[in-house]
Ligand binder design. Structure first.
Ligand SMILES: CC(=O)SCCNC(=O)CCNC(=O)[C@H](O)C(C)(C)COP(=O)(O)OP(=O)(O)OC[C@H]1O[C@@H](n2cnc3c(N)ncnc32)[C@H](O)[C@@H]1OP(=O)(O)O
Length: 421
């Protein structure tokens, strides 16, 4: 990765360690020294660009590493530069590894909660052109030595398949201890119990390290006193938490837009990773609150309005359709199961129902947009029903649509500890 400034002069060592201050390292004697603020700007540019490249490589919607995030967290980043001869160039960056201590609640092999604060692998990237050349191992090995940790003591924040393979190949890390958060830990993690070293020990360790090596090490934090089991929540804040909203809203908000062709490679599943979300191409989605708002503001389905306005008992055709079916069939046809169900074989149920429900949601979102853009209040929905909504399909899915909404809201409620309204 090349930059418009002299990376070689900016980062004299092959591996540079940067902490939250993003201080430019001391330059080699004899090199001209630009203003310090310019140097720091260059460091920030490198961190931002590396973060972007890593996010792209991992299919993340936004970088989890950036200069501003570095400055607001106590993380440490190891940057590897290319030292190969480049007579005419300004040097290049090969990749980086970001680590930091995090307080986690992890399950052991007996599924008991443990409050620990291990060193975590938070982000790791080697430029595509030089992957599988041993650079990742070089960087990782340097970090292990500097931080004085063993590979099995680490927690990994949502490792990619490449990283899992990397850890397996170089460090024999294979068997994971299932977790309910995004972190992956390996067998042997609890061998040392992760008791925080006595403050004096840790201080000595760091002061000794500081005496021999001026580069910053990942900050160490003390653990709070052990809490009762009941107080411990079985999740931990991942560095990628802020992406979670964008990564995977809960079902049914996470339904992908209909695709003409299935994805070539379905995202891999790993039972050994607990429920760590899978990486994969990310897709745009309607934020949950916005969708809820649209459901609350949305006008009644045009067909329902028509029925209410005419005959309280419904049109003869409608009566025939609902009365002619055995009781409960309408409800059954509205059941949508991701696993298919007894009614999934029926051509008029399952997928078709979902399709209409999706259409309805889209239409409702569109009509809400119109409502808001017209008067900003949503008070007069009848003027704003889009043309598409006024001509529903020949079959009436009014009941199905409303039931879908009801199920959808109930589902949302069940997934939340508090009601959103
Ligand atoms: C917590 C996190 O940071 S998760 C995100 C991890 N980062 C990414 O996935 C970004 C894309 N990948 C990369 O940047 C790199 O491949 C890294 C950082 C994972 C590894 O760096 P490299 O320099 O490629 O590793 P290195 O050369 O030392 O080791 C190679 C081994 O890593 C694994 N590996 C690297 N690339 C791949 C790949 N494309 N497919 C499968 N395994 C791979 C393999 O075990 C490989 O050994 P092999 O070539 O004998 O199969």
């Amino acid at each position: 990765m090349e930059f418009p400034f002299d990376v070689d002069a900016l980062l004299p060592e092959r591996i540079t360690v940067l902490d939250q201050h993003l201080r430019p390292p001391a330059r080699r004697p004899g090199t001209t020294t630009p203003a310090r603020v310019d140097l720091q700007q260059q460091i920030m540019t490198i961190v931002d660009e590396l973060g972007k490249a890593s996010a792209k490589a991992q299919n993340l919607p936004a970088p989890i590493t950036s200069a501003s995030r570095m400055q607001s967290n106590r993380h440490v980043i190891y940057v590897l530069k290319d030292t190969s001869a480049r007579p005419a160039g300004k040097g290049a960056i090969i990749g980086f590894l970001k680590v930091g201590y995090k307080k986690l609640f992890v399950l052991d092999d007996r599924e008991a909660h443990n409050e620990v604060e291990p060193l975590c692998i938070l982000d790791f990237y080697i430029h595509e052109s030089v992957q599988r050349h041993g650079h990742g191992r070089e960087l990782f090995q340097h970090m292990l030595q500097k931080e004085r940790v063993e590979p099995h003591q680490l927690a990994i924040d949502r490792p990619s398949q490449k990283l899992l393979k990397f850890l397996n190949k170089h460090y024999n890390l294979e068997t994971t201890v299932p977790q309910v958060n995004n972190f992956v830990i390996f067998e042997g993690f609890f061998a040392h119990q992760h008791r925080p070293p006595a403050p004096s020990l840790r201080a000595t360790r760091h002061s000794r390290a500081a005496a021999t090596d001026p580069t910053p090490a990942a900050p160490a934090r003390k653990l709070p006193p052990k809490r009762a089991e009941g107080d411990i929540k079985p999740y931990s804040s991942s560095d990628r938490e802020f992406l979670k909203v964008a990564v995977e809203p809960p079902w049914p908000l996470n339904r992908a837009p209909r695709r003409a062709t299935p994805p070539a490679h379905p995202p891999p599943r790993s039972s050994s990773l607990g429920n760590s979300p899978e990486r994969g191409p990310l897709r745009p989605f309607v934020p949950e609150q916005e969708l809820l708002r649209s459901l609350r503001l949305c006008p009644p389905h045009p067909t329902a309005r028509l029925l209410l306005a005419t005959d309280p008992g419904g049109s003869p055709a409608q009566r025939r359709r609902t009365r002619g079916t055995p009781p409960g069939l309408v409800a059954q046809s509205c059941c949508y199961s991701r696993h298919g169900g007894p009614n999934s074989s029926s051509p008029n149920t399952g997928k078709q129902e979902l399709k209409y429900a999706e259409q309805e949601t889209e239409i409702r979102s569109a009509s809400e947009e119109q409502v808001l853009s017209q008067d900003g209040s949503g008070e007069e929905p009848t003027h704003t029903v889009p043309q598409q909504a006024q001509a529903p399909p020949s079959q009436s899915w009014t009941v199905g649509g409303d039931m879908f909404n009801a199920r959808f809201i109930r589902n949302l409620q069940e997934r939340r500890s508090t009601r959103p309204w």
